[in-house]
Write a protein that binds this ligand. Structure first.
Ligand SMILES: *Cc1c(COP(=O)(O)O)cnc(C)c1O
Length: 494
């Protein structure tokens, strides 16, 4: 067996990718990374000559080498089947003189489906029908929750518990979660922010006493947040596949460098782009687009990560994050694999709320990463202008990236803007951005109005929510989240 992954904070113990996927986070609190990224290559000519499914098999086979080829193939087939409303899975379409990579054609209309239709299948194979049952515990800023619920509902030997910040997700996002069917799902709103939810989930994972009680009942906790290797690896696929689509359209010649602009929150999506680059994809720049919670844009500019700042509730809520967990992996790679440095930076973050990276690490990061930010006014203007000038309707997260991309000087490379959600997931804010008055209208009235105004059609899975029954109405304080998980385990597994 290939033991391939170890913690960002220590290279001493290594595990297989199956073990890393089942565990989620390393025992020392670090994230699993693989040093093989330095030599592994995904051959570009092959990628350019094939479609999304074959590239997914190739990428996953490279990043998760202890999965047998037939295991990977059946996971890919199941994850990217008819639940997607585009044959291309993640189609690339024109956006003026740039390109839009549409990642929202899955069952929950957000890019997280790319990873979360795959992760449960990877976990199921890793469990191999035996071993402990797995309770997925996840904190969501809006989109992950539904994507995790949809991915895990009904998957044998697993359950899923989702926490979201009370009052801080859109009506439609909330309805998507609270109407979720399935005997193995649990959903709870938490009084607090997303960071409160995520912080408490991390604490729950570190709770030894809880782990022992669950272990005695044959249950282990795991994560579906984007820190899981099984989330990250599937996202690498669409960078390669988007490039292949551009080659087939004649927009780039194989070997030309391409720039990707990514609306960023927890740094999972854009980190997958960095993995693609390390695996041989010709990437000129990765542009990190932040909303008003611009901790990453500040970090990439100054080298200091400082979470001690006000939290802003924005119209791009899935990016309302002050601690971007996946950045820890970039620190590992950009420091040349310096676990000691990563550990000490993470200690600074935990103790002081801030850290500063050495200049050489910042230089290494800035050789690839650029950044920019958009506040809510910029975001609304980008939605309006993109619709009026280019006839393309985009959601607020995508609009953050569009605004940032427009502010980056052109360097001759083709540029791809990642589109992470259907505009209909955020129809009230999109409608308002187009200059319409939405006072007194709920999300569904806005959905109808947006269809009429633009002549576009809402995805069926969102339009159908208005008939959905609310099945989950729990609300709790942060301190009660652990107890909620424990009772969900008892209900689902015992
Ligand atoms: C999760 C999410 C993002 C942010 O992605 P990260 O991987 O957390 O950086 C952006 N847009 C949408 C719609 C999302 O759901």
């Amino acid at each position: 067996m290939t033991t391939f992954y170890h913690s960002t904070r220590s290279a001493e113990d290594s595990v297989t990718s199956k073990q890393a996927i089942l565990a989620g986070i390393a025992p020392d609190g670090g994230l699993y990374v693989s040093d093989a990224l330095a030599d592994a290559r995904v051959p570009l000519e092959t990628v350019c000559a094939q479609g999304f499914h074959a590239t997914a098999r190739l990428v996953l086979g490279t990043l998760l080498p202890d999965y047998a080829p037939d295991e990977v193939a059946s996971c890919v087939e199941g994850a990217y089947g008819t639940q997607w409303d585009s044959d291309a899975v993640c189609p690339v379409t024109p956006l003026g003189t740039d390109w839009l990579l549409e990642l929202y054609h899955g069952p929950t209309c957000a890019f997280k489906d790319v990873a979360l239709q795959m992760l449960p299948r990877l976990m199921s194979v890793a469990r191999d029908g035996g071993g402990r049952k797995i309770m997925i515990v996840t904190a969501t800023s809006g989109d992950t929750g539904k994507a995790a619920l949809d991915g895990f509902a009904g998957v044998e030997g697993t359950g899923v518990t989702v926490f979201y910040p009370h009052g801080k997700v859109s009506d439609i996002q909330r309805l998507q979660m609270v109407t979720q069917l399935g005997g193995n799902v649990a959903v709870c709103a938490v009084r607090g922010t997303f960071d409160d939810c995520q912080g408490e989930v991390k604490r729950i994972f570190a709770d030894r006493a809880l782990a022992e009680r669950l272990d005695a009942a044959g249950v282990a906790l795991s994560s579906a947040n984007s820190i899981n290797v099984g989330r990250l690896a599937p996202q690498v696929t669409y960078y390669f596949d988007a490039y292949a689509q551009l080659v087939r359209r004649g927009a780039v010649r194989a070997g030309d460098e391409v720039t990707f602009c990514v609306p960023t929150g927890n740094f999972g999506d854009v980190l997958a782009g960095y993995y693609a680059k390390r695996l041989g994809l010709p990437v000129r720049r990765l542009v990190v687009a932040s909303n008003a919670n611009d901790v990453l844009a500040d970090f990439l500019t100054t080298g200091t990560y400082d979470r001690r700042r006000p939290f802003h509730k924005t119209i791009s809520p899935s990016m309302d994050i002050l601690v971007s967990s996946n950045l820890e992996r970039l620190l590992y790679f950009a420091s040349g694999g310096d676990c000691e440095l990563v550990s000490s930076l993470m200690r600074d973050l935990a103790e002081d709320g801030a850290y500063t990276v050495p200049d050489r690490v910042l230089d290494e990061i800035r050789a690839t990463f650029a950044c920019g930010r958009a506040d809510d006014d910029d975001t609304r203007a980008a939605i309006r202008d993109t619709w009026r000038e280019l006839d393309v309707l985009i959601d607020p997260h995508t609009a953050v990236a569009k605004h940032v991309l427009d502010g980056i000087e052109r360097d001759g490379s083709e540029r791809v803007c990642l589109s992470t959600a259907s505009p209909y997931k955020f129809c009230t804010d999109v409608l308002r951005a187009l200059g319409e008055v939405t006072d007194g209208m709920n999300d569904f009235a806005c959905m109808d109005a947006l269809e009429r105004l633009t002549g576009t059609v809402a995805p069926a899975q969102l339009a159908g929510l208005r008939a959905g029954e609310v099945l989950h109405d729990d609300v709790c304080d942060r301190e009660r989240m652990g107890a909620f998980v424990e009772s969900a385990c008892a209900r689902v597994f015992l």
